[in-house]
Design a protein around this ligand. Structure first.
Ligand SMILES: Nc1ncnc2c1ncn2[C@@H]1O[C@H](COP(=O)(O)OP(=O)(O)OP(=O)(O)O)[C@@H](O)[C@H]1O
Ligand SMILES: [Mg+2]
Length: 452
């Protein structure tokens, strides 16, 4: 049952409405004028407002306009004895949900009112349900991070999500490219339409065209049924072309045509199907290199690379590690019913000293495992099992030094280890490292090892 605000200058009508809707179990409040209603709405919580159109001073339409300006989700029904098409159109433009005719001679049609009220309330609850779903969706596709890089990425996707521009996401494996694509979709106006992904690397060359565009029954041997392609499935929504760099040249030229003409034809079909799809691509290859090598079409590259987003590897944004770890602790607590509260400072330092070749995916796995081992309380270094489940032998291996590592990485590890050994005392650490405190501070900054 709903809380309803009734606005009419005639007491007879006010009483009629409050009595009839009150009988249905709704909770009602009545006001005599627009300004009075605006104040009541501001102070109370109402699911619906039913207002007369013609009132002295402020009209019902003016009131509706003000109300919707302050609360765009407000549900309003206007009543009028002088219903004309123009007023109805104006009211709808303002955002009024529905219109009821007040019949002066035959009196007020109560059944009509009740019917309209129940319909509008239903639409309202559907809308708020949708909003709630969209919010949880937004939460689920939250791209976690506190580094300036992630801040920048978030700002850009806020700006571009509402447009239809093609986005090209590049980054190493496990950096969160797919999640970012989902976040763009979740923030866009297309969010209640499908998000469809096609992995260009996983589909055999001979099938990719059929995957993208579909085929008619009998289009080729083996095509026993009509098949709907990913473009058609994603219509109205977003299509993620994952690992676009792996797409064979032949399919690239087909894709280019679709992007130019915005329509597709199924293989073996003749009908053209109009396509309204937002394209997001991801790649962990350097596409410009592929263009130079001749394995990626240059014209397609420029068509896709409208908004380039680069997700840097985790080792270049160590500032994100703590927040990501907290995020994954929450996720795996929930999944397993555990109560891990956080992560000990030494364990966090250990996470920050790891090279993360597998990026965020690897971090997620490590934290998941740690949550499972810890079950409650704080995660400690042992729970991380970053050394293959054993304590590493002393010496170089313990420091994580190995061939293939850059001097900068080695230096970072050395600094972390020294700080650990000195209980985070920077003066002592600088002494041991035989560098000035100032140099140490600069290096901490450079390797993003210090708290912002
Ligand atoms: N910033 C982030 N916040 C929360 N979760 C993240 C973040 N980045 C990555 N993840 C998680 O890490 C995992 C890997 O991310 P995702 O699949 O998006 O990476 P990818 O770049 O597409 O990897 P690949 O190149 O291997 O396909 C997913 O479980 C994802 O939810
Ligand atoms: Mg991916």
């Amino acid at each position: 049952m709903a809380e309803i605000l009734v606005v009419d200058d005639e007491s007879l009508i006010r009483d009629l409405i409050t009595t009839s809707l009150g009988r249905l179990g709704h909770k009602l409040k009545a006001c005599k004028s627009g300004p009075e209603a605006l104040e009541a709405y501001e102070n109370g919580r109402f699911d619906l407002v039913i207002s007369d159109f013609k009132m002295p001073g402020m009209t019902g339409l003016e009131m509706a306009e003000k109300l919707i300006a302050s609360d765009p989700s407000a549900l309003i029904i206007l009543m009028t004895a002088y219903g004309t098409i123009e007023t109805a159109v104006k009211a709808m433009k303002v955002g009024v949900q529905d219109f009821i005719e007040k019949d002066v001679e035959k009196g007020f049609r109560v059944e009509m009112l009740e019917h309209t009220v129940s319909q509008v309330l239903q639409i309202g609850s559907l809308k708020s349900e949708n909003r709630r779903l969209r919010e949880t969706l937004g939460e689920r596709y939250k791209f976690v991070g506190s580094s300036s890089v992630v801040d920048g990425l978030m700002k850009t996707i806020e700006e571009v999500a509402s447009s239809n521009s093609t986005v090209m996401i590049s980054g190493e494996s496990g950096t969160g490219k797919e999640l970012l694509a989902q976040a763009i979709h979740a923030k866009s106006r297309r969010s209640n339409l499908p998000f469809v992904k096609i992995n260009c690397a996983a589909i055999p060359e001979s099938l990719i065209e059929s995957e993208l565009f579909g085929h008619e029954k009998g289009a080729y041997t083996g095509a026993i049924k009509t098949r709907i392609g990913k473009f058609e499935l994603a219509n109205g929504g977003t299509l993620l072309l994952d690992e676009i760099g792996e797409m064979p040249l032949y399919a690239q030229s087909k894709l280019l045509r679709v992007l130019q003409e915005r329509e597709i034809t199924k293989i073996g079909g003749s009908d053209e199907i109009a396509i309204d799809v937002r394209i997001v691509c991801s790649t962990n290859r350097n596409l410009q290199e592929e263009v130079k090598k001749g394995t990626f079409r240059e014209d397609l590259y420029y068509r896709l690379n409208v908004i380039p987003l680069e997700v840097p590897p985790l080792r270049e944004r160590m500032a994100d590690i703590e927040m990501l770890a907290q995020h994954f602790i929450g996720k795996y607590n929930k999944e397993n019913g555990f109560t891990v509260t956080g992560i000990k400072p030494e364990a966090l330092t250990r996470l920050k000293s790891h090279a993360w070749p597998g990026n965020v995916r690897e971090l997620e796995n490590v934290v998941q495992r740690a949550v499972v081992f810890a079950k409650a309380g704080e995660i400690s270094v042992e729970h991380l099992r970053l050394d293959g489940g054993q304590k590493a032998p002393p010496g170089e291996a313990a420091a994580g030094l190995m061939p293939g590592m850059s001097v900068a990485e080695a230096e970072r590890i050395l600094i972390i280890k020294t700080l650990e050994a000195c209980g985070d005392n920077r003066t002592k650490a600088a002494e041991l490292l035989n560098i000035s405190i100032r140099t140490l501070r600069n290096k901490l900054h450079e390797y993003k090892l210090q708290d912002p």
